[in-house]
Design a protein. Structure first.
Length: 74
């Protein structure tokens, strides 16, 4: 299993589903287990949570930068 690829897929799924976003903010382990459909060992889940959080934040920053670029061009 390519962990990096799985993190990307989970981040995409979470960011595209409002309910999963809310669950991920409150209970990230449950959110990931729901996305994956499996119960994972805590140490693995924690690593994946950190990766997903980093990806989600990067996407939000990227979106914000794109918006700012749009304002600057006007």
């Amino acid at each position: 299993m390519d962990v990096k690829e799985q993190i990307m897929k989970m981040a995409e799924r979470i960011t595209s589903d409002k309910e999963l976003q809310e669950l991920f903010q409150k209970e990230p382990v449950k959110a990931l287990e729901r996305v994956l459909g499996v119960d994972l060992p805590d140490e693995i889940v924690e690593q994946v949570i950190q990766g997903v959080k980093a990806k989600v934040m990067t996407d939000k920053v990227s979106d914000a930068m794109d918006t700012l670029k749009g304002f600057i061009k006007k």
